[in-house]
Write a protein that binds this ligand. Sequence first.
Ligand code: URA
Length: 275
Amino acid sequence: MSSHISREDILRELELLPVWRPREPLLNVNALNQLLDVQAEVVPDVTTEILIADNTLQPIKPDGLPAEIALPVMDDADELLSRAEIIQNMDWTALQDCIKDCRACDLAATRTQTVFGVGDLKAEWMFVGGAPNEVEDKRGEPFVGPAGQLLDNMLSAMQLNRGNNVFIANVLKCRLPENCNPQVEEVKQCDPYLKQQVALIKPKVMVALGEFAAQSLLQSDAPIASLRGQVHRYNDVPVIVTFHPADLLRKPEDKSKAWDDLCLAKQTIQLKLRN
Ligand code: URA
């Protein structure tokens, strides 16, 4: 007997059939190509300092590692790089350490640990949620509860998984205390981290999961309904907006719309790879 499992078998097993069905392209290729005009890659400046745990600057060697004897640190506070500029020059190790020890906003006081993100550091797909919940705060990994299970199913339906060609991150790296909404200041302090994750991964497409992630990434206060169905930009990376998996669990009838969004993301990435 053949052990081959077809994509349809998987979708049926995941209860994504018949709701998750393939559909016709959403945009014509010319329109999408216009939205995807390829931009020159921005090469970050050479790093001379990093932000360390106690929020002080430490000089680093050009390979990104702290050095006992390193490039001179400027004395004049006015000349020091801004926090965002420093983060913008970090490599993975420095960025991970910096996020792990971050105390830039009040969320540091209530978290168990920061949730950096998970997946392939060279991923073409980047999925961005809002903030880790209590379980994820304890585990240190994003999307591990029922919403995470559905996200994994969505990835499977696209023949993707979180360890392979996919990176999953959040706008906020810390859990929000119960019944608290994200504050502007928290997003502002966390934004350089996501920006640098994107700069290091260089994904071909980003998928914003839910209204908060979409609005934060796109600096918009438009409702999710008006953000879906278009190709937006985050630092030159195409962004597709879709529903948060937790919202899909509450409203499964929106799964077909989410499938449309993922198809648009797939079309976008295919065009980008062709260019
Ligand atoms: N878990 C996450 O990591 N992000 C969300 O947006 C929701 C749950």
